[in-house]
Design a protein around this ligand. Structure first.
Ligand SMILES: Cc1ncc(COP(=O)(O)O)c(C=O)c1O
Length: 380
C-alpha cells in the first residue's frame, strides 16, 4: 500500500485526480502564496518594493535548482509555447533552412517553426506518426540545411519518453541546435541540464510542477542565447539594472542573461509567488523520490491490467515509461463509454485520440489506483 507522498494537496471533493498530464493541483503552500498575493493587491501598502525584484528572482532560482541550471540561463515564461517561440523567432534564418520535428508530437512543439514558412524554412516531420523515434532516426533525418531539432521528452498522446541524452549527442555531433519540450516531464523526472548536450528547454508550470496556469519557463544554453535576436525590452528590467533613481534614462540595459527574454509580467505575484512555492516544495521533497513514488503507483496500475479487458498501450517498464499511462479497452469503441463512467464516479483521467490516459503524481495513493481499477473492471 502506497500512501500519498505529500498531503499538502486537496481536498479533492471526494474525487480522484489522475490527470496531472492535463494539469496539476496547487499544493497548499502555493495556494497560501496566491492568497497572500491577493491580500497584498487588495491592501497595496502590504506590497513591498523589494517584492518586485525578489519574487521573480526567487522563482528563477527555484526553477534553476530543479533542473541543475544557473539562474542566469533561466527565463520566466507564461507557457511552453513562449520559450519555443523566443527561439524560433530569435534565430536568424535563411531560405532553405530546415527544422526537424516529430510526427505525433504535441502541436505546441511544431507550430512555432511552421510560422517560419514564409522565410523559406521547411519543417520536416520524422517517424511514423506514433512519435517512436531514437537518436539514430534523428541523426538520419539531419541534412546539410538542418538548423534545429525540436521534440518533446515525453509525448502527450502516446505516453513514452525518449532518450534526450543520446538525441542531443547526435544533434551536437551534427552542429544542430537541440530544443526540448519538457512539459510532460519536469517535476516527475529528474533532470540535470548541465549533463546533457541540449541547447534549449521549454516547460509549462501548470502540469507536473503543480503551479498556476499562465506560467512556464525556459532554459537557454548561453551559446544559443547569444544567437537570439528577440528584443524584449521592459522598462522595469532596465530600471532595476540601473537603480531606481535613474528612471528617465532611456538607454537599454546591457543584459546578457536569459532574463532579457522574460515574458513581460511586471509584479506578476498572483502567478510567480505560487509557482515559486510549488517548485520549492517539489525540490525540497526531491524529484527522485517523487519519481519513485509515481512509478510505484504506475506499477500497481499496470499489474492490475494483467488478464483484464484492458491493454496497456504505453511502455510497461524501463526508461521509456513515463508518468503518462495509456490504456484501451480491448474493444476500443468502448473507451468513450468508459471515460464517461469514470467521470460519473468522479475519477478524473483524460481521453486522448480515443485512448484513456492516466497520470498520477505525488498526491495520489494506492487507494486512488484501486478506485480506478475497480471502476475499470466494473465498466469493462
Ligand atoms: C507536451 C506539451 N507541451 C505543451 C503543452 C502546453 O503548451 P502551452 O504551455 O504552450 O500552453 C502541453 C499540454 O497542454 C503538452 O502536453
Amino acid at each position: 500500500m502506497t500512501a500519498a507522498l505529500d498531503r499538502r494537496f486537496g481536498p479533492f471533493d471526494g474525487g480522484v485526480w489522475l490527470n496531472c498530464a492535463h494539469q496539476g493541483p496547487l499544493p497548499h503552500p502555493a495556494r497560501d502564496a496566491a492568497l497572500d498575493a491577493v491580500a497584498a493587491k487588495t491592501a497595496p501598502a502590504r506590497m513591498t518594493d523589494e517584492a518586485f525584484t525578489d519574487v521573480p528572482a526567487r522563482l528563477r532560482s527555484a526553477l534553476a535548482r530543479l533542473i541543475g541550471a544557473n539562474d542566469d540561463d533561466v527565463l520566466l515564461a507564461n507557457s511552453t509555447s513562449y520559450t519555443l517561440n523566443v527561439v524560433a523567432q530569435g534565430l536568424a534564418w535563411r531560405a532553405g533552412d530546415e527544422v526537424v520535428c516529430v510526427d505525433g508530437d504535441f502541436p505546441a512543439t511544431v507550430l512555432p517553426w511552421r510560422t517560419l514558412q514564409d522565410k523559406g524554412v521547411r519543417v520536416k516531420l520524422i517517424g511514423d506518426g506514433d512519435a517512436r523515434i531514437d537518436a539514430d532516426t534523428v541523426a538520419a533525418a539531419i541534412g546539410p540545411r538542418t538548423r534545429v531539432v525540436c521534440l518533446s521528452w515525453v509525448f502527450s498522446f502516446f505516453g513514452h519518453a525518449v532518450d534526450i541524452a543520446s538525441i542531443a549527442r547526435a544533434t551536437r555531433e551534427h552542429d544542430v541546435w537541440c530544443v526540448i519540450n519538457a512539459s510532460q516531464a519536469v517535476g516527475a523526472r529528474p533532470l540535470n541540464v548541465a549533463s546533457l548536450d541540449i541547447d534549449a528547454l521549454a516547460c509549462c508550470g501548470f502540469k507536473w510542477l503543480c503551479g498556476p496556469y499562465a506560467t512556464g519557463f525556459g532554459w537557454l544554453r548561453p551559446q544559443l542565447r547569444a544567437q537570439l535576436d528577440y528584443p524584449q525590452p521592459h522598462w522595469l528590467r532596465a530600471q532595476s539594472a540601473r537603480g531606481l533613481d535613474r528612471a528617465l534614462d532611456y538607454s537599454l540595459p546591457d543584459n546578457v542573461t536569459a532574463s532579457a527574454f522574460d515574458v513581460f509580467a511586471n509584479a506578476n505575484f498572483f502567478n510567480y509567488a505560487p509557482l515559486a512555492a510549488a517548485v520549492e516544495m517539489l525540490g525540497d521533497i526531491g524529484i527522485e523520490r517523487i519519481a519513485a513514488h509515481d512509478q510505484q503507483l504506475i506499477d500497481e496500475l499496470i499489474q492490475s491490467l494483467e488478464g483484464s479487458k484492458y491493454e496497456l498501450l504505453s511502455p510497461a517498464s524501463g526508461e521509456q515509461r513515463s508518468t503518462l499511462v495509456y490504456l484501451s479497452h480491448r474493444d476500443a469503441a468502448a473507451n468513450e463509454r468508459i471515460a464517461q463512467g469514470l467521470k460519473q464516479r468522479r475519477i478524473a483521467i483524460a481521453q486522448r485520440e480515443g485512448r484513456l490516459r492516466v497520470a498520477p503524481h505525488l498526491y495520489n495513493s494506492t487507494a486512488d489506483i484501486t478506485r480506478l481499477t475497480e471502476a475499470l473492471s466494473e465498466l469493462g
